[in-house]
Design a protein around this ligand. Structure first.
Ligand code: ZN
Length: 363
């Protein structure tokens, strides 16, 4: 299979435009038309993982963490990053990263953690700003349905779990065709007045081009009248972290045990603020930047990783911080990606790495 086909599916699931500015998600080594007989999914793409791909005759590695974050100037094998890239290129192995864009979708990294913790209904902890736009288009009444259908099919009109959302206002459009135009309605030099509707849709930033193209190709006029508007609404499907409620409040000690078993690790945590835990906030990976938001939604606990000594004080008797370790908090991401590809391409070989890429040892 061409790796481009797999990448298309991944990018529909976790649009790259949702990645954070410091990130480098996407195709790092390889080209879209490279062929592969399977994929190897890993959290980190180390040299040992490239070796594993060579050995298992798989030409495509999908990693959560990008192996390259910033510009490389030399390729002489002095750093582990250079060695990974050199080896991958030498053996025609493509490397793709699906990182903060997978953190930032409601069904991503944190959804998997939530389901394992037993929280069935979770929300995005910090919904993204500047992700949603309003598309307004003026259409002759007879073409209303056709244009709306095209916009829906291109990804417009989605509001949380509701699809095909739109609003229609009736009105009159005026225009005067001038020399050189080829109007569908009206004559050159005469002002025309037509019964039209204004259609309005919410559109996420990654669907803007597709929606505009879909509307333009179905709109009957030579010149489509439309507007894109910035709106202040935050995207409830996209953003960092997640929070939700356990089906029943759990005594703190039992919850701690539950977390320990789920993540299979030791936990560093702050003093419990209550005897029982009900509302849980999580952020796989380094999530300390979300502590204020976790407090704002009145979470009892915040499960994340990479906490430093002084940051633990920020719990400030308002929440309990549980640091489960970076690798441990994201370990389920491998399964999440593998399950997605298996479902999309049922006959395709999807392997998960046997290399433990966690750089941290515990004694
Ligand atoms: Zn991470």
């Amino acid at each position: 299979m061409r790796i481009g086909e797999i990448i298309n599916a991944l990018e529909e699931w976790a649009p790259p435009v949702l990645q954070e500015s410091y990130d480098n998600s996407g195709l790092i080594v390889g080209a879209l038309d490279w062929e592969t007989s399977g994929v190897l999914v890993t959290l980190d793409c180390l040299e040992s993982v490239v070796d594993e791909a060579i050995e298992k005759k798989v030409q495509f590695i999908i990693a959560h963490h990008p192996i390259v974050f910033s510009g490389l100037k030399r390729f002489n094998g002095r750093t582990y990053v250079e060695r990974v890239i050199m080896k991958a290129i030498k053996h025609n192995i493509a490397i793709y990263a699906i990182h903060t864009n997978l953190d930032n979708v409601l069904w991503g990294v944190n959804a998997k953690i939530m389901s394992l913790l037993g929280v069935s209904n979770h929300s995005v902890l910090s919904p993204m700003a500047d992700t949603l736009y309003k598309f307004q288009v003026y259409v002759p009444r007879a073409a209303r349905k056709e244009v709306a259908e095209a916009v829906f099919a291109a990804g417009g009109g989605k509001v949380s779990a509701y699809q095909e959302c739109s609003f229609t206002t009736n009105g009159k459009g005026t225009f005067k065709p001038t020399q050189g135009t080829n109007p569908v309605v009206g004559e050159i030099g005469i002002r025309e007045e037509v019964d039209e509707v204004k259609l309005e849709f919410i559109v996420p930033n990654f669907a803007i081009s597709a929606v505009e193209h879909a509307a333009r190709t179905t709109h009957p006029y030579e010149e489509m009248a439309y507007e894109w508007l910035n709106i202040a609404n935050k995207a409830t499907d996209y953003g960092a972290g997640a929070y939700g409620e356990l089906p029943e409040a759990m005594p703190f000690d039992a919850f701690l045990e539950h977390v320990k078993t789920t993540f299979g690790t030791t936990i560093r945590y702050t003093k419990p603020i209550a005897d029982k835990v009900r509302t849980v906030a999580v952020c796989g990976g380094s999530g300390s930047f979300l502590l204020g938001t976790a407090k704002a939604v009145k979470a009892d606990v915040f499960i994340t990783a990479d906490y430093k000594y002084h940051q633990f004080f920020d719990a400030d008797a308002a929440i309990t911080i549980l640091d489960v370790g970076h690798f441990e908090s994201e370990q389920f991401t491998i399964g999440l990606i593998a399950e997605f590809i298996e479902k999309k391409f049922p006959k395709f070989a999807v392997l998960t790495t046997e290399v433990n890429t966690n750089p941290i040892q515990y004694y």
